[in-house]
Design a protein around this ligand. Sequence first.
Ligand code: ACO
Length: 139
Amino acid sequence: QSQLPAGYTLRALRSNDYERGFLDVLTVLTEVGGHTKEEFTDHTITITEDAKDQVVAVGTILVERKFVHKNGLVGHIEDIAVNSNQQGKKLGLRIIQALKFIGAQRGCYKVILDCSEKNVPFYEKCGFKQKEVEMAWYV
Ligand code: ACO
């Protein structure tokens, strides 16, 4: 059911992914920079193209402990990105499936994310429903 194309590997982020194109993948999302290796988090996963040993898709889940909802856990999905020349191969879907699995394993009662209007159909295909409205405040 959750098959990657041949020649790709899904796994947790490794510290040496820094040299394997991890930050390049994120440039499809927004401006990237100013990070050090030490700032990599544990809840980030990657898909690597084996032949090139390059990261081609990435995603992160942060787990929040609520003070409400019986101190339940909520998963927040952030920074989903697939290299421009690798989009449409279901790599984004596999990243989301893996992050949903991690959230469920960690005991989250829901997993949520913010996205642009144009990505709504993608997240619907990944099993998400539109709820509420995003608000933002910029310092
Ligand atoms: N509109 C309609 N359907 C879409 C779209 C879209 N924009 N994008 C994907 N889909 C559909 C696909 O057609 C496919 O449908 P199918 O199962 O019927 O064939 C399904 O969604 C899964 O698509 P994938 O091949 O897994 O998508 P992809 O690997 O290209 O990843 C992603 C999608 C992550 C949005 C990618 O295009 C990307 O990196 N875009 C630029 C960065 C970005 O916008 N990231 C998301 C920010 S939101 C956040 O991070 C929480």
